[in-house]
Write a protein that binds this ligand. Sequence first.
Ligand SMILES: NC(=O)C1=CN([C@@H]2O[C@H](COP(=O)(O)OP(=O)(O)OC[C@H]3O[C@@H](n4cnc5c(N)ncnc54)[C@H](OP(=O)(O)O)[C@@H]3O)[C@@H](O)[C@H]2O)C=CC1
Ligand SMILES: O=C(CO)COP(=O)(O)O
Length: 298
Amino acid sequence: PVWLWGRNAEVMAGMQIERSCPRLPGATLAPALTCSSDINDLPAEGPVLLAVPMQTLRAVTTSFAAQLAHRTLVLCCKGIELSTGLRPSQVLAQTLPDARIAVLTGPSFAADIARGLPTALTLACADEGEAKRLQQQLIAPHLRLYRSTDVTGAELGGALKNVMAIACGAAIGAGLGDSARAALMTRGYAEMSRMAAALGARPETLAGLSGFGDLALTCTSEGSRNFRLGLAIGRGEPFDPAVTVEGAATARATHALAQAEGWDLPITAVVAGLVDARLDVKTAMAQLLARPLKEETP
Ligand SMILES: NC(=O)C1=CN([C@@H]2O[C@H](COP(=O)(O)OP(=O)(O)OC[C@H]3O[C@@H](n4cnc5c(N)ncnc54)[C@H](OP(=O)(O)O)[C@@H]3O)[C@@H](O)[C@H]2O)C=CC1
Ligand SMILES: O=C(CO)COP(=O)(O)O
């Protein structure tokens, strides 16, 4: 049995009766799923998956501290908190210090999973025993999970690929071509790897599903909201501000961190400029191409 909480009572009651979800048109909810807007319906046992946008994680986990403390929490959000520069697990360490924390991340559009399409993800938890238990509990016939103990690497891959997806979308939207996108993906991956290494992540984590895998998906598919924001920027078109686009705040947060730490993250810097409309795509590309020549290193 799976229990799904959402804040909108009307929407959750409708989902429970209709067995469908407004955010996943065409998907039929499994009989084992119960939808509710009352957090006190949460069963006392079992892991809780937290799937809210990154910038709301602190408020949500603070509001429900009584119900979530001491539990196993699986973070599904991909981003960095703008006000603090913290990763999701670091926010939880502050709001719910007694919780056991895991991270579920990697290349997966919710719509694909809902349709039962094959998907492989990373399940990261510092406690390997807990990771093994969660791996067994969360797999499904079409969902394969790989285990990792590198929470930092898994979180950073998922957060930083969104920034690169905005860059790639902007390049495609501005008509700069697939070669430019390939360059941005490759040098974006180098940038992600540099930052992750500086923060203690293992290089092989970035090379896995949570880093390279999700970068490949998000930089090449219009199913990605981050890529679509980039497309809109590149085309000079408006974009609905109500859509969750994690890479925008993460670009700002990462750029601020890079400036404070003296890290060289040129693509992140131009994406921060693009989302804040301080830069246009032509100037951003000119800035990247005019950088001093160097050896090709990560
Ligand atoms: N969608 C996807 O394919 C994937 C998403 N993710 C990650 O999951 C996270 C969530 O994304 P996604 O579900 O797509 O985002 P959506 O914007 O589609 O949905 C966000 C959900 O969070 C709820 N929510 C927002 N703010 C609050 C709040 N303050 N308190 C309680 N509930 C809140 C919304 O409620 P309401 O409906 O009432 O607004 C909504 O149900 C992101 O970090 C994203 O990167 C990761 C992999 C795939
Ligand atoms: O993280 C995702 C795919 O793995 C979802 O991407 P978007 O948030 O860009 O839609």
